[in-house]
Design a protein around this ligand. Structure first.
Ligand code: NAI
Ligand code: MG
Length: 339
């Protein structure tokens, strides 16, 4: 398997290179046969050449690579994030990465949040009507096709069943957004019939956010449309203890290709200081290994990460005095002992 590694911008340039020795160590210890190429997509290349996602990139990724490991995109010199949209949305749509999985790990257990990643309010259907030199009317349409909702829901329910989960919650707002809301409810109820081991429940997104913050312990699996899933998973990241801990996988179940990335952005406020927390990026690498069928090294890596995060090498966002470097030294030392 070959991995395309895109450090990107800001702290992406710090946390991704910091994660790569882990890959090398596990590859040697477990004979995984994984190789990687580092690609220079990001703000610097965009400013130099005007290119975000190079021509033919999607075809190359599809043919030559099994997965992408991404840091973050975002640079103060490109305020509208044009390069980031081209690269990120280009990969999401081009590779049809319609399942976005963001696990929330809490002392009470793991909540698997699944967000539909390609449609809904993010399809880019809409427009504006100018009025006297200003925006007079603004429209963003929420679009869902039954085909996409069905394949998304079926895949997520299958994943939850296969990982031994017994409860799943659909998050929606069908009272106020009735058309797509009803489609989601219809599909969810229908698909659940094929998964007798899963007990389904439905919650309005506002009530769900309230309940999640007050007591996350009842939740195991959560399914949400694009916008709701985006917001709900950031609440999940906050519950975990910060963006430095939140990892994600965006996958296309049909082709198996996946994009693995921390949830956080390029953090220009701390970029270049060597204190960015690499936990979320390395946890995304663990998700990549798991997805590629390497469950044992993935589990070891997760254990070592958690142990390092509890120790002296933890970075300042976790209340520690460590650096990106010292944290990864601790993780690598634990891995050496564990393999
Ligand atoms: P951000 O996630 O970059 O930072 C938010 C806050 O969390 C900052 O105070 C930052 O220092 C802190 N933080 C984030 N990751 C951290 C880590 N690993 N260790 C320690 N602290 C960490 O979000 P922000 O500031 O809204 O966006 C900055 C840039 O990143 C923008 O250009 C934005 O568009 C972009 N962005 C890109 C994303 C992506 O590539 N997937 C996602 C979110 C934002
Ligand atoms: Mg977000």
């Amino acid at each position: 398997m070959r991995i395309a590694v895109v450090p990107g911008d800001g702290i992406g340039q710090e946390v991704v290179p910091a994660a790569l020795p882990v890959l090398t160590l596990l590859d040697e210890a477990y004979g995984l046969g994984i190789t990687h190429d580092v690609l220079d997509w990001g703000a610097d290349t965009w400013l130099r050449t005007g290119v975000g996602l190079p021509e033919g990139a999607i075809e190359r990724l599809t043919k030559e690579y099994g997965a992408v490991l991404l840091g973050a995109l975002g640079d103060p010199r490109i305020p509208d994030m044009a390069h980031g949209r081209e690269i990120l949305l280009g990969m999401r749509r081009g590779l049809d990465l319609y399942v976005n999985h963001r696990p929330v790990t809490l002392p009470t257990g793991v909540i698997d949040i699944f967000r539909e990643n390609t449609q809904g309010l993010y399809v880019g259907v809409g427009g504006t009507v100018p009025q006297g030199g200003r925006t007079g009317v603004a429209i963003d349409e929420c679009v869902y096709t039954r085909e996409t909702v069905e394949k998304f829901v079926r895949y997520c329910l299958g994943r939850l069943r296969d990982t031994g989960r017994t409860k799943v919650t659909l998050v929606h707002k069908a009272n106020a957004v009735p058309n797509t809301g009803r489609l989601w409810q219809e599909v969810f109820r229908r698909e659940l019939e094929d998964f007798p081991g899963l007990e389904g429940s439905e919650e309005y997104v506002d009530a769900f956010c309230y309940h999640l913050v007050r007591d996350p312990s009842p939740y195991q699996g959560v399914l949400a449309s694009n916008l709701f899933g985006d917001i709900v998973s950031d609440i999940g990241a906050a519950l975990m203890g910060g963006l430095g801990l939140a990892a994600s996988a965006s996958i296309c179940p049909e082709t198996g290709i996946g994009l693995f990335e921390p949830v956080h952005g390029s953090a220009p406020d701390i970029a270049g200081r060597g204190i960015a927390n690499p936990y979320a990026t390395v946890m995304s690498l663990a998700m990549l290994l798991e997805h590629a069928g390497h469950g044992a090294p993935a589990a070891l890596l997760r254990r070592c990460l958690d142990e390092a995060a509890r120790g002296e090498a933890a970075t300042p966002d976790l209340g520690g005095k460590g650096t990106t470097r010292s944290f990864m030294d601790a993780v690598l030392a634990l891995l050496e002992r564990g393999v």
